[in-house]
Ligand binder design. Structure first.
Ligand SMILES: Cc1cc2nc3c(=O)[nH]c(=O)nc-3n(C[C@H](O)[C@H](O)[C@H](O)COP(=O)(O)O)c2cc1C
Length: 217
């Protein structure tokens, strides 16, 4: 059975990124995949980024998966073994969130083959995607601010495991009640309208993404 793993890199469990991941998971499940969601900001999950132990590079050692003993290790095992991997992250100060970055270091570095950079260590090829949510209003500004480099480099590195793609959700609803916050640059009415008209389309796109990834793997 196709195994699909969904990684929520947002601290919010039911906000934009999480909702899009849940729809992608519904799509994969409807395509027959066995699905799991991981909350990287779960307070009981203690881990850091790569600790530079180099266990993944030791001659004769286990390759392709991080063996540093902490709470992320079993999740990384499942990520490496998954047929489908979908990571979700908000843009935080122009980058993926810190917890997703730490996860990516631990996923990607063991796949980097120091003996042959052109052939990564891929224990199981997989289809993957990154779901990115943000205040940034559209794709043109995304490119102008250079998020195409700052953000997409992270998602693009999943390409070492197989075909990868990105789904963007722009101008998301950050607060339920904008009147409570100093946020004059984020007009409440525009945000509400966008959430009403565009976000449902993004949810549909996430569902189609999850379904497509699972069907094609
Ligand atoms: C710490 C922090 C930094 C942020 N930095 C950016 C940013 O650089 N660019 C941007 O477009 N949005 C930025 N945002 C807005 C979030 O990316 C946006 O609200 C996102 O959809 C939140 O995802 P969530 O609803 O899943 O938590 C930031 C939000 C926070 C909390």
């Amino acid at each position: 059975m196709t195994k699909a793993l969904f990684i929520n890199g947002s601290p919010r469990r039911n906000a934009n990124t999480a909702q899009l991941l849940q729809r992608a998971m519904a799509g994969a499940r409807d395509a027959g995949a066995e699905c799991e969601m991981v909350e990287l900001y779960d307070r009981s999950l203690n881990y850091k980024g790569c600790m530079s132990c180099f266990a993944c590079k030791v001659k004769g050692g286990r390759k392709g998966v991080c063996s540093f003993p902490d709470d992320l290790r079993p999740i990384l095992e499942r990520a490496v073994e998954a047929d489908v991997l979908v990571c979700g992250t908000p843009v935080y100060c122009s980058y993926p969130t810190a917890n997703l970055r730490a996860f990516m270091e631990r996923l990607i570095f063991p796949a980097v083959n120091y003996s042959d950079f052109t052939h990564p260590v891929v224990n199981k090829p997989k289809r993957s995607a990154t779901i990115v949510t943000m205040n940034c209003p559209d794709e043109e500004q995304y490119r102008n601010i250079r998020y195409d480099i700052l953000m997409d480099t992270s998602g693009g590195s999943l390409g070492m495991f197989g075909p990868t793609e990105t789904l963007y959700s722009f101008d998301t609803l950050q607060f339920n009640d904008y009147n409570r916050y100093d946020a004059a640059m984020l007009p409440a009415d525009r945000k509400a309208e966008r959430h009403r008209t565009q976000f449902p389309l993004d949810l549909d796109a996430a569902y189609a993404l999850g379904r497509r990834l699972a069907e094609n793997s």
